[in-house]
Design a protein around this ligand. Sequence first.
Ligand SMILES: Cc1cc2nc3c(=O)[nH]c(=O)nc-3n(C[C@H](O)[C@H](O)[C@H](O)COP(=O)(O)OP(=O)(O)OC[C@H]3O[C@@H](n4cnc5c(N)ncnc54)[C@H](O)[C@@H]3O)c2cc1C
Length: 360
Amino acid sequence: MTQHIAIGGGGYIGAELAKSLDAKAEVTLIEARSHFVHAPAMIRGVVDPALLDRALIPYDGLLKRGRVVRARAASVDATGITLEDGRRIAADQVVVATGSGNAAPFKPKGDDIAAFRAENARVHAQLQAAQTVAIVGAGAVGTELAGEIAHAMPNKRITLISGQPRLFPDKPPAFGTKLTKKLERAGVRLILGQRAEGLENLTDPHAGSLWLADGSEHEFDLIFPTLGSRANSDLLQSLPGVQTGSAGRIRVDPWLRPSSLPNVFAAGDVADAGDAMTIVATSRQLPWLKKALLSLGKGTPLERIKPYAPWGKKAPLLLPLGPRKGSSFLGIMTAGDFLTRKIKGEDLFVKKYRSLLGQP
Ligand SMILES: Cc1cc2nc3c(=O)[nH]c(=O)nc-3n(C[C@H](O)[C@H](O)[C@H](O)COP(=O)(O)OP(=O)(O)OC[C@H]3O[C@@H](n4cnc5c(N)ncnc54)[C@H](O)[C@@H]3O)c2cc1C
């Protein structure tokens, strides 16, 4: 009997899982957008909008046997997924991989890719016209954005502001220290250990003033809020026993199940499986999920399958500051410009994801 697997959401975990199961099961991937959004390239896309031509990737070449249904999933139960238009996708196992949203122009606000491109063009024009730029939040997105702008537009006065006393406090100190020095050398001013107040909103770049804890007021032509992702967890909220954790993520059991339904799984950013909200995390969840789903298809009870083990502190972090410089934490060591450039900075994995989606 053919095993039918329905996956809601075709981001990093959903698209790659669908492809990896395509030859072995009957897979239906439900995805609301026409194009895969390769998020890491959207940071450089702010200074180089042409990059979006390659980093927004159509879904039509992803699967050979299975199908990608362009629709919004409305609800999930033990026998499949119901779409917003009322259609029903029946399945033996369901995986919810609806991911997360972030500020414009890093991830689309809705499903319309043309609107996302228009938003990117608008922010690019604002950036070109700006002399003073603030980036509020120095996680990976904010720090990379500072590096990209400093590289491509060296005449801007860039300020990177974070409430944390140093960059990446959860990584070995050398990692943050090296990034700080590289950014300062590129002319970026870092204000660390002070929260910025006065953001008009958390989702759109805008002009305005910020107030720091020391009482000082700073005016900027353009302020980018880069304060992190928020999970798209609506699809899971009505399942029995669901618990919501931080950033709207849904807690999962050691077999990546978000509820008491034994055959409904959640993975990627929407699931709080003990990993950070990263593609790096989905790369670890993917082989586990593939194995677990195929074992279930052969009749193995899930409890006999080894539980999922998250990355923990060893999760790598590759942090380019433009196409040439950067630093990386590779689990046991840190690496500098050369490796960061070769692994990520030059191409930002665009070729990898185009190839995954069957595009030249
Ligand atoms: C600017 C930026 C840069 C980043 N760079 C890196 C990086 O370099 N390295 C790294 O490890 N991480 C990076 N991340 C984090 C990374 O993008 C996320 O961890 C990743 O996107 C999570 O993948 P996902 O598959 O869980 O969800 P997503 O990629 O968010 O995909 C979810 C998909 O589900 C679809 N969807 C949602 N709801 C529905 C529904 N109801 N019905 C149908 N479809 C639906 C969406 O349209 C979307 O395509 C970055 C994040 C941002 C914002």
